[in-house]
Design a protein around this ligand. Structure first.
Ligand code: SAH
Length: 494
């Protein structure tokens, strides 16, 4: 049976602007054919099992010709695959979506189209420009500024000027001068407000405002590049007032999130909402030690302990794997006090219906050891090479403990040239560290010989900061060991 092709509009860049229907299509796709303008954050949503086919332009290479793209879609559908054709913005607005459907229709292959949010409206919107406003205009015209090689622009400027509506030009960066000249020659007021919005809706968005007559010069000075939309009309003046995106507190900042993959999502999403460009770069992974005879032993003697101390959500998960693997559940922990190093770990416990009996006021190993209420032997379940501060503090108080390693932290990321270039670049890159092991993982990915002097390590606590300093990384430390405090630190400006 032939499969089906779904044309999906990916929106202009911000991954939040992918529609729900588009996301559903993507998540169930077996083949995803995508091009250049689809943002990496959306490409990251493609299921691992799906075949991804990049038909967009890459560096020096040419894009796959349209006929060939049409053929790929047809072939994959005829193989019985569920195919998604992912396109920037809306597939039917200067996206050649119609052409791609013709061949499918001719072969009787089923297809569907999921409209996307177009850059023609969204890029101005993120630039603070509403494309219409009752006081300014009564129409909107979306025009292609694409110039065929060696040909004149095929635009009826006189007709456009007569509409008195807002004009939005796509694919117009290289023809910007010709577009503005054409409008002026057709009688448009040289003082008409105009703007270019480059890489709209992404953290790298820039808006250049100028009266129509000056726009080409100003855009050239700013070295504007494609993709960008050109907006002409009185509505452009509203940007001064409505420019919400550029005012986001972390706009223009690049933040690297180094947490393990399973836990990087929430922090990354929060930072994106604040306008940051976020690189999710999980430098560490946690691997449970299995089999783990030491854990088997202590778990059988759990009744002998007064306290069970956990120092990370990963530790909680490993404990749960063990319980589940032994046909047990939370009741096995009934008699023992539960101590969590901080709110993240306490929350992981809460996820299993358990309340932490003790969380230190300062969320680190030293304070956990110093403040844990006395009362029986302490069982510590944590990573190999856990911080000695915890056991030292217990030792000082003459509290007996067993320190059992239940998982290993691995630095399994390949060397990353891109990350190194970012860190050593002109702009200050912020790198979040939520544990000493994320620092070690980061350094092993970037290379210990890198120049860390221009970056700032935002550390969740004193031990993490100490590790970063040891590696020569300039640091700032959060007031408390929570993600909230880490985000707050960023907002203070670095
Ligand atoms: N179907 C797409 C447009 C494809 S034509 C849509 O609906 O958005 C490609 C042009 O779209 C680019 O030359 C540029 O003018 C515009 N464009 C696409 N993404 C953009 C973005 N993030 N910011 C500004 N312009 C963008």
């Amino acid at each position: 049976m032939p499969g089906k092709v779904t044309l999906v509009g990916a929106g202009p860049g911000d991954p939040g602007l992918l529609t729900r229907k588009g996301l559903e299509a993507l998540q169930t796709a077996q083949v995803v054919v995508y091009d250049r303008l689809v943002s990496p954050a959306i490409l990251a949503l493609i299921p691992e099992a799906a075949e991804g086919i990049n038909v967009g332009k890459q560096a020096a290479r040419h894009p796959v010709p349209q006929e060939q793209i049409n053929q790929i879609l047809l072939d994959k559908a005829l193989e019985g695959k569920n195919v998604v054709r992912l396109k920037g913005g809306d597939p039917f607005l200067f996206g050649r979506g119609g052409e791609e459907l013709e061949l499918l229709a001719a072969h009787g292959v089923a297809f569907e189209e999921v409209p996307g949010i177009t850059s023609a409206i969204a890029a101005p919107a993120y630039g603070g420009i509403p494309v219409t406003h009752r006081d300014c205009c009564s129409s909107l015209h979306i025009v292609t500024g694409h110039q065929r090689l060696g040909k004149e622009l095929d635009i009826d400027f006189t007709a456009l000027v007569r509409t008195r509506g807002t004009l939005v030009f796509l694919m117009g960066v290289s023809a910007l001068e010709a577009i503005c000249t054409g409008l002026l020659a057709a009688g448009m007021d040289p003082a008409t407000p105009a703007a270019v919005v480059e890489r709209g809706t992404t953290p790298a968005q820039r808006r250049i405002d100028a009266p129509l007559a000056e726009l080409p010069r100003r855009a050239a000075e700013a070295a504007v590049e494609s993709p960008a939309v050109i907006v002409v009309g009185a509505v452009c003046a509203l940007a001064q007032q409505f420019d919400w995106f550029d005012r986001l507190p972390l706009k223009g900042r690049t933040v690297v999130v180094t947490r393990p993959r399973e836990r990087s999502g929430t922090l990354a999403a929060r930072l994106r909402k604040l306008g940051a460009e976020v690189w999710e770069y999980p430098c560490i992974a946690t691997h449970p030690l299995e089999p783990c005879p030491a854990l088997d032993q202590v778990m059988e003697r759990l009744g002998e302990y007064g306290w069970l101390a956990l120092t990370s959500p990963a530790g909680v998960e490993v404990l749960w794997r063990w319980l589940a693997g032994h046909g047990r559940d939370a009741r096995a922990l009934g008699g023992v006090g539960l101590a969590a190093i901080g709110p993240g770990t306490a929350q992981a416990l809460a996820g299993h219906g358990l309340k932490a009996d003790y969380v230190p006021a300062v969320y680190d190993a030293a304070h956990l050891g110093a403040g844990l209420p006395a009362g029986g032997r302490v069982l510590i379940l944590r990573a190999e090479e856990g911080s000695p501060a915890l056991t030292a503090a217990l030792g000082e108080r003459n509290i007996a403990y067993d320190d059992v390693a239940t998982y290993r932290t691995v630095y399994d990321n390949p060397r990353s040239q891109a990350l190194r270039a970012l860190v050593e670049g002109e702009e200050t890159t912020l790198v979040t560290f939520t544990s000493a092991s994320t620092v070690k993982g980061f350094v092993s990915s970037v290379g210990a010989d890198a120049d860390f002097s221009r970056m700032v390590g935002l550390c969740i606590g004193a031990q993490t900061a100490a590790e970063a300093q040891r590696q020569g990384i300039p640091v700032k430390t959060a007031k408390a060991a929570t993600l909230d405090a880490l985000v707050e630190l960023m907002m203070e400006g670095v």
